[in-house]
Design a protein around this ligand. Structure first.
Ligand code: ZN
Ligand code: ZN
Length: 125
């Protein structure tokens, strides 16, 4: 275990932007959503070398439900294109996916397997 702390693989998530208008499939409100990108990266001395496993999520600001959206659409929005997220873009995440809950303290998307929020230590369950 010579390389500990030098090489590593880490999961990261990043808030890309607030999407002005989404229609939430869960609470049916027309509201704002936060676009979140999660990815896994390989780092060397904490410098990210490459990323993979990119996924995009929309979190409803009114009920905090997390939806996944297609990578293409997520990327387009990240690149600054003005793309509308429609009702049909929101895919409800079923329990087999990793990211199913939002910490109600720091509002980050958290893997549902965690009992405590890995970002702020808030108890999730
Ligand atoms: Zn909602
Ligand atoms: Zn938290």
């Amino acid at each position: 275990m010579f390389f500990i702390g030098i090489f590593g693989v880490e999961d990261k998530e990043k808030e890309i932007k607030i999407v002005d208008k989404i229609q939430c499939k869960s609470c049916n409100n027309i509201t704002r959503g936060r676009l979140i990108k999660s990815f896994r990266y390989f780092h060397f001395f904490f410098i990210p070398i490459f990323k993979w496993n990119e996924e995009y999520y929309i979190v409803c600001e009114s009920c905090n439900k997390v939806f996944s959206i297609s990578k293409d659409k997520g990327k387009d929005i990240e690149n600054g294109n003005n793309i509308e997220i429609t009702y049909w873009d929101l895919k409800e995440i079923n329990m087999n996916y990793n990211y199913t809950s939002v910490c109600n303290n720091c509002k980050k998307v958290v893997d549902s397997e965690y009992e405590y929020c890995p970002y702020c230590g808030n108890k999730l369950r």
